[in-house]
Design a protein around this ligand. Structure first.
Ligand code: PEP
Ligand code: MG
Length: 750
């Protein structure tokens, strides 16, 4: 960029800084700024449009247009050239505005005499705050340098807006940011409602000095920060060692690539040369990255842009000295807000959290499993919440609808509290039937067990009234550690689980890793279809060491008590026979070593692939019990990825084909007198659970929080009549029996 325009730009930014320092009202500042910009850039017009609400832009200050139109002229996002800049987050530069695509003439502004138009987005960290426009009578095209210089000014405006520099009193004045109600629509990770205060997992960095008049000093600061950044990335990579998680290494390698990227650094150096401080330069590039992130359809490229975003955050923290731990106090009823979070970090926060909101995350993620185990309401995919929420803000989380209300108005908060009160009443109702059996009005009894995976889940055994633990997912102990746990550690944990169960049965499922559950210390497989790949029992049988160690730990934990072991993801008879034999071998070995054997050993299989439903009769006879892992079974039955919301929701659990398959499994188990249960998520959905019961299922295992609602519905319904309703619907050629079941339930369910 030319020396002259650099010094012009610095001069302009210097004046903007003076304006910021002056003790004047917000509107005065805005007016002065438009004057300064028009003067410095030699244009007839300079106007600032800011968002009045999420969709409406308002002309907030102008030099050159009709002053009467300030705070009168408004447009919706996407409307006219200004609206286009806001929507696309890209500059519009045209010498002949009236003939540009999307031009809309605003007569009250008197802009018809101005031909050329240059508009740039005012954005902070990818969030649109407004649009900065210059216009001239002559049909000039603004040079690249001028566009760039205006973007730098827009960046400073964005920071000033964020710092509240334009806030004022009276009609038409701008409101302070982060003070108004905002609603975010994400998706459900865990049901339930919670009210509390925001607690940011990683507080945002605040840039208080966007402008600097000493570019040399700022370049040096950027240089130093870049050096520290590069060496910290190198250190992290060096510490990974052999056998490290391939994905993590890939991310760090991308970090290293960006940290050494000349073009990234050069852009920031240019920003500094034009008068920005080092941190403002980093943020300006970060904003551009985020805007790009929204436009890139390719998931891989988007991930890389995320990496660059992370790296920018690190750089900002280095420059501002603001660590990720600001010492902010955890508020009462904390609602955690994060972009994403690992299960380990979540476990560190413990159960004190009232709710969790993630900008990303997925239903099948480990964090979601932990949140579900604790029944903490979780909303995922709440886009942009991190740019809006401040520590301590009041917040309502509606996990049922996947909606979050930030700084809610009273009417919203009141309606929400009513909802919580209703849920509390329902909880009280469930508590009153806690010790009663789940018997339908026609006398059909269903045993309700709970799913667990953490020691912390065990107290729910008593509070929920579950008859036992129908599925103990042992992988959580492996997922939340940095290395393979020792046999003695596992034996101690399993022993405590049995102690806490106080004689109620616990079904331990052996390690189910692979697919979405990748252990941090295991070499991930490069598989195109991990859900159908090398996972669960397939790993256990191929790499026997870990499974043997786990079986030994289970035998020792039982220490003379009954033991129930279940092998996951059995797809054919031989796998079960083989795994079962392994357990028998370990029992013999433990006996030889002088350990006390369990008083009784029951060995079961999880039916998670359709193939096992067609296994030889001998399999059903050999298994001491079978549990249907509906989450996996459904995804393979319908060929619909359980983590892909788009296809997952297409196929109803109450689809006639699926229910008929369940019925077939029920009948095969009846023939061989093999106890059968269902332990996928659907077992915890009252209507699904009731239909499973109608199909002859008499044991269900679910999240503890679901036991009350499921039991309550079973106790109110006539399961044998429901069976008639289902059979009639099946005979009618319906795709799903749900409409018929719903109609019957609405009529009283009896
Ligand atoms: C299932 O697949 O239904 C199941 C219970 O196992 P997981 O969800 O752990 O794969
Ligand atoms: Mg499964």
């Amino acid at each position: 960029m030319a020396e002259r325009s650099e010094s012009e730009s610095r001069k302009l930014l210097g004046r903007l800084r003076e304006t910021l320092a002056e003790d004047s009202a917000g509107q005065e500042r805005l007016d002065r700024i438009t004057h300064l910009i028009a003067d410095s850039m030699g244009t007839d017009v300079c106007s600032i449009y800011l968002f009045r609400d999420a969709d409406t832009l308002e002309l907030c200050a102008t030099e050159g247009l009709n002053p009467e139109s300030v705070h009168q002229t408004r447009m919706r996002i996407g409307e006219g050239l200004v609206g286009r800049v806001a929507r696309t987050k890209r500059a519009v530069n045209t010498p002949d505005a009236p003939s540009a695509k999307g031009f809309r003439f605003m007569p009250e502004t008197g802009e018809e005499i101005f031909s050329s138009f240059l508009g740039v987005p005012v954005q902070r960290l990818g969030e649109s705050l407004g649009v900065l426009v210059v216009q001239s009578k002559d049909a000039r095209a603004y040079s690249e340098d001028e566009v760039y210089a205006l973007e730098v000014v827009a960046m400073v405006l964005a920071e000033m807006t964020e710092l509240g520099a334009f806030v004022g009193d009276g009609e038409g004045a701008m409101q302070a940011r982060h003070t108004q109600q905002a609603m975010f629509r994400g998706s459900t990770g865990q049901e339930g409602a919670a009210e509390g205060r925001v607690y940011l997992h990683e507080p945002r960095v605040v840039v208080t000095n966007p402008i600097s008049d000493d570019p040399h000093e700022e370049l040096r600061r950027l240089q130093d920060a870049m050096d520290s950044l590069r060496s910290s990335v190198d250190e992290m990579l060096g510490a990974m060692g052999r056998g490290a998680d391939k994905e993590q290494v890939k991310v760090l390698e991308a970090y290293r690539m960006f940290a050494n990227s000349r073009s990234w650094v050069r852009r920031m150096e240019e920003d500094i040369a034009l008068g920005l401080s080092a941190e403002a330069a980093v943020e300006k590039e970060q904003s551009a990255t985020r805007a790009r992130m929204e436009r890139v359809p390719d998931a891989y490229l988007r991930e890389r842009l995320h990496d660059l975003d992370d790296l920018s955050n690190r750089l900002l923290r280095l420059l501002t000295g603001q660590g990720s731990d600001t010492g902010a106090e955890v508020p009462e009823n904390p609602i955690l807000i994060a972009r994403n979070i690992g299960p380990g970090e979540l476990l560190d926060y413990g159960k004190k959290l009232r709710g969790i909101v993630l900008e990303e995350g997925s239903v099948g993620s480990h964090a979601a499993i932990v949140a579900r185990a604790w029944a903490i309401p979780l909303v995922i995919n709440a886009k942009r919440i991190l740019t809006e929420a401040l520590n301590g803000d009041p917040i309502l989380v509606d996990g049922d609808q996947g909606i979050v209300h930030l700084r809610p108005e009273d009417t919203v908060a009141t309606a929400f509290r009513d909802k919580i009160a209703m849920q509390t009443q329902a909880q009280a109702r469930y508590a009153s039937i806690r010790d009663k059996p789940a018997v339908s009005t026609c006398g059909y009894e269903v045993a309700l067990h709970m799913n667990a995976g953490l020691m912390a889940d065990l107290p729910s055994l008593e509070s929920s009234g579950a008859e036992g633990v129908g599925l103990f997912r042992t992988e959580l102990q492996f997922l939340t550690r940095a290395s393979v746990p020792k046999r003695s550690e596992l034996a101690a944990i399993y022993g405590s689980v049995m102690d806490a169960a106080k004689g109620k049965p616990v079904v331990f499922r052996t390690l189910d890793i692979g697919s979405d559950k990748v252990l941090p210390y295991m070499k991930p497989q490069d598989e195109p279809n991990p859900a159908m790949g090398w996972r669960a029992i397939r790993v256990g049988l191929d790499k026997r060491g870990v499974m043997r160690m786990q079986l030994q730990a289970l035998i020792r934990a039982a220490n003379g008590r009954p033991l129930k072991v279940m092998f996951p993801f059995i797809a054919q008879f031989d796998e079960f026979r083989d795994a079962r034999q392994q357990l028998h071998d370990e029992l013999a070995r433990e006996e030889k070593l002088g350990h006390v054997l369990p008083s009784d050993v029951q060995i079961g299989a999880m039916l998670e692939t359709p193939s096992l439903g067609f296994a030889p009769r001998q399999f059903f006879e050999m298994a001491d019990f079978i549990s249907i892992g509906g989450n996996d079974l459904k995804q393979f039955f319908f060929a619909a990825d359980r983590e892909n919301e788009r296809v997952r929701k297409r196929y109803d659990t109450l689809n006639v084909s699926f229910l008929t398959f369940i019925e077939q499994i029920v009948n095969r188990c009846k023939e061989s007198v093999t106890p059968l249960s269902f332990c996928g998520e659907d077992a915890g959905r009252p209507i699904e659970a009731l239909c499973f019961a109608a199909m002859g299922m008499d044991t269900l295992s679910m999240r503890p929080a679901s036991i009350g609602p499921v039991k309550s519905l079973i106790r109110r319904s006539d399961v044998s009549k429901l069976r008639d309703v289902i059979d009639e619907a099946r005979g009618s050629g319906a795709q799903s029996v749900r409409p018929a079941v719903m109609e019957w339930l609405t009529g009283g369910g009896s």
